[in-house]
Ligand binder design. Structure first.
Ligand code: UDP
Length: 248
């Protein structure tokens, strides 16, 4: 690897929403999309970057929707967290098919399916070159996997939170709906919070801010984007405390 392509971030946390695994479908998992993401991840792992994944579950179940249909909120959220385990096992299988070693660690212990989440063990796995897939969010209802991503990134001393989204960065409004929405290259945590920009939920942004972990927002659909952004190339929005600094 040339100097120009040296990773800026030795240990990354990638947050993948359930939606990123759906492909063009309306629900569930698209095997082709999951395989493509696994191949993208392999290229990053083979560049020597330690990778932790936090996977959402919105493609299968969202607690708030369950609660709206009469399921008690805490139970509905537990169902949502179980959905993230389903997604995590699918991504694990796709990665292992292409010889990327992985471990799924669940915040809700289910020891016959995967390991329980233990911080030191998760770090050890990453040091050994295994992709750690954090399932079941924070393990608590009333949270989201965005918050779980910020929490795990802080606990495991990740250098950046990568948020793979539908578009190539943060915009002032949804660019798919608003033609002249403004795109930002750089933002501060405070700007995201005060302008209520739809990046991650406010608790996730605050947690990243308190721990000074940059958030990098990029398109999960663009082939090669993941490998590009970890070396500072391609299109992305970087969110930090001040616009001229970034932890690396
Ligand atoms: N969830 C939860 N606690 C957590 C993380 C997730 O209760 O710490 C539940 C919540 O019901 C949520 C669902 O799991 O709606 C799926 O997670 P999320 O909505 O974050 O998935 P994404 O939007 O990223 O696909």
């Amino acid at each position: 690897m040339t100097d120009a392509a040296r990773p800026l971030y030795p240990r990354i946390l990638l947050k993948l929403s359930g939606e990123a695994l759906m492909g063009t479908g309306e629900y569930g998992l698209d095997p082709e999309t999951v395989s493509r993401l696994a191949a993208e991840l392999r290229s990053v792992v083979s560049a020597g970057i330690q990778v932790c994944l936090v996977i959402g579950g919105g493609n299968i179940f969202r607690g708030v929707i369950g609660a709206a249909s009469g399921i008690e909120r805490a139970s509905a959220d537990n169902m949502g967290m179980l959905a993230t385990v389903i997604n995590s096992l699918a991504v694990q299988s796709a990665l292992e098919r292409i010889d990327v070693p992985t471990r799924v660690l669940s915040a809700i212990p289910m020891t016959t399916v995967c390991e329980p989440y233990i911080r030191r063990r998760a770090i050890r796995h990453m040091e050994k070159g295994r992709v750690v897939i954090c399932a079941a969010g924070t393990g608590n209802p009333y949270f989201t996997t965005d918050t779980a991503a910020a929490l795990r990134a802080a606990e495991m001393d990740c250098n950046v939170i990568l948020k793979g989204t539908q578009v190539d960065g943060v915009y002032s409004a949804d660019p798919k709906k608003v033609k002249d929405a403004q795109r930002y290259d750089r933002l501060t945590y405070l700007e995201v919070l005060s302008r209520d920009l739809q990046v991650m939920d406010a608790s996730a942004i605050s947690l990243a801010r308190e721990n000074n972990i940059p958030i990098l927002v990029f398109s999960i659909h663009k082939p090669g984007a993941l490998a590009d952004v970890v070396v500072g190339r391609g299109m992305y929005t970087l969110i930090t405390e001040a616009k001229d600094t970034a932890k690396s």
